[in-house]
Design a protein around this ligand. Structure first.
Ligand code: G
Ligand code: G
Ligand code: NA
Ligand code: MN
Length: 250
């Protein structure tokens, strides 16, 4: 398809691709703990194309390894001197399942000089439904080197507790569909409270995604959630803009 050829060309020439960063805050809503890297593609004619559209194309066309590596290196370079604990980078299940993925990450960190202890990789919960052996191996190798693993969109996937028991991870990111209903639905609020207490019992950190209102923030705070992310606190932004946010907070 045209979009596939155009994405390949964009990757080859590194034009039209960029990385934006969404801040992640401590529960006080004041201290920035980290930032999540999100890739963007500005198509020459069609304008911005969502990663929800082009990431699947990249996965199908065998371009995801190159694209993912470019995002990782760009993000590590950008975040090198940021006064935050961690940089979060999304990883496709296709990357995670490929042999040698962990070593590719180590090589990128070494190339840029970014410490493994400050990197967090976000993997979507659906990935674990059919986690093949190699995905588990990569996760073990990555965590052994001090890289943190976060389970993205937690609560929406089809992973079983048994599957979750097979891998070691550090954080759950509670999907924004739960956060959205937290003020209206007592059932959803109870689910979120249960997710947080279960995570804490397992020694895991919790991030709430898609926090848009002060009411949602206050409930999450009362539940002891560790980290907040969402439009209330900050939208995804270019690195130049994120640096101004630090400036204001320092
Ligand atoms: O940023 P936005 O809401 O448009 O992202 C849409 C989807 O694309 C989200 O599920 C997000 O996790 C995913 N996404 C954004 N950037 C990346 C990336 O660099 N790699 C991968 N694998 N997914 C990404
Ligand atoms: O699947 P993932 O959680 O990685 O998706 C991240 C995307 O979610 C970001 O690209 C961003 O555009 C979107 N997002 C982040 N915060 C909010 C929010 O508060 N509300 C909504 N509706 N979307 C958000
Ligand atoms: Na994510
Ligand atoms: Mn998410």
């Amino acid at each position: 398809a045209a979009i596939e050829a155009e994405l390949r060309e964009a990757l080859r020439t590194k034009t039209g691709l960029s990385v934006v960063y969404q801040p992640k805050y401590a529960i006080d809503g004041v201290r920035m703990l980290g930032a999540e890297a999100l890739v963007r593609w500005q198509h020459p004619e069609r304008g911005p194309i969502s990663p929800a559209v082009f990431i699947p194309v990249a996965e199908e066309a065998n371009l995801i390894a190159d694209l993912g590596l470019w995002v990782l290196e760009t993000a590590c370079r950008d975040a090198m001197d940021w006064p935050v604990e961690h940089l979060a980078v999304n990883v496709s299940p296709v990357q995670l399942r490929s042999a040698g993925f962990a070593e590719t990450v180590f090589a990128a960190l070494a190339k840029v000089g970014f410490p493994a202890s400050r990197l967090e990789l976000e993997v979507t919960e659906t990935d674990f439904a059919d986690a093949e052996e190699i995905g588990v191996e990569n996760i073990k190798t990555l965590t052994a080197a001090g890289i943190a693993i976060a389970i993205d969109d937690f609560g929406t996937g089809s992973s079983t507790f048994e599957r979750l028991r097979e891998i070691s991870f550090d954080r759950i990111k509670i999907d924004r569909s739960f956060v959205k209903n937290i003020t209206e639905s007592e059932g959803d609020a109870e689910l979120v409270r249960a997710m947080i207490s279960m995570a804490h019992a397992k020694g895991l950190k919790t991030t709430a995604e898609g926090v848009e209102t002060a009411e949602q923030r206050d409930i999450l705070r009362s539940f002891g959630c560790d980290e907040l992310q969402g439009y209330l606190l900050g939208k995804p932004m270019p690195p130049t803009q994120l640096i101004q946010v630090f400036g204001a907070g320092l």
